[in-house]
Ligand binder design. Sequence first.
Ligand SMILES: NC(=O)c1ccc[n+]([C@@H]2O[C@H](COP(=O)([O-])OP(=O)(O)OC[C@H]3O[C@@H](n4cnc5c(N)ncnc54)[C@H](OP(=O)(O)O)[C@@H]3O)[C@@H](O)[C@H]2O)c1
Length: 329
Amino acid sequence: MEYRELGSSGLLVSPICLGTMTFGAPVGEAAAIKLVHGAMERGVNFIDTANVYEGYDRYLGSAGGVAEEIVGKALRGRRDQIVLATKVCAPVGPGPQDRGLSASHILRELDRSLKRLQTDYLDLYVIHWPDKHTPLETTMTALDQVVRSGKVRYIGASNHNAAQLCEMLWIAERTGGPRVVSSQIPFSLLRREFEPDLEFCSRHSIGVTPYQPLQGGLLTGKYKRAGQPPSNSRLAEKPEWMWELGSALFDRLEAFEAIAASAQVPAARFALAWTLRQTAICSLVVGVKNMTQIEDAIAATEVAVSQQQLADLDVVAPPPWRQPNPIRS
Ligand SMILES: NC(=O)c1ccc[n+]([C@@H]2O[C@H](COP(=O)([O-])OP(=O)(O)OC[C@H]3O[C@@H](n4cnc5c(N)ncnc54)[C@H](OP(=O)(O)O)[C@@H]3O)[C@@H](O)[C@H]2O)c1
């Protein structure tokens, strides 16, 4: 496993990060603990969770905590071998203070996360979403406090665009507070809208840790135009978490699968390998249900994607519009 730098943190992480959004259901506690240990034995040293994760049982405002508890149990006696990230912001109850990025919510939720994770520090504390009710300065002051307290080593952002990351860097520079070291964005061959921001992340040493690089499983080749989805797949079990499969999407998936087949690489590995090739990408936050899937993800780190294949994939799933560069040669 070739480890990559997590932005400016100095931490080296595996290019595959174990996502835990499905821990609890459909991946029960015993299976999830085995997955964590199996992934670690194969070189994965980076785990992503969130205070709200509780698998398929999650609904907006439910208390969460289930995935963190499982990760805490899995890491007993192994904590130091892992770069552990969790997140805060999403609602964990019905009250007005049960969500967001106020100092109040952050400080309360951090202590709850640490308790569930059975640790006294997080390697990476990630703000899950921007919070329109809290000025960024207020959030950054709270994050400065948690870093100074020793409970958090580094801070990261999720679902923030380049302008928002830039504001975080400005505040850090102005106040001497912590710099954002990572950006977790939705990014896959089917979701490229954050792509223009990758260059910014590269220039400012922000490691990008894309989530849903398989688009929830759509890029694995398991869904076919004719017939029902496989019975133990996410589309069969939790369709609310998946995109609707129309004929335009199938056209795209079939064209992608044809390119993967001509490269003689299984579709899931090829999709992950494409994502790993992009600018500023540090580690892919993948969801897995069994050891075969984690092995597939790890195998993707060995797959080369040629210039011609990159160009062919751009035709199938075109990159987004980019602002023209005003300096023309
Ligand atoms: N920051 C955020 O806002 C945010 C949002 C969402 C997710 N995340 C993070 O990103 C992680 C990944 O998200 P995700 O699980 O939705 O997306 P994903 O990694 O794109 O999809 C994972 C799913 O695809 C299927 N799969 C994986 N490998 C496969 C393989 N080799 N062959 C066939 N099927 C395979 C499995 O589902 P089935 O076997 O059930 O079909 C698996 O649960 C989460 O666990 C979480 O940590 C973060």
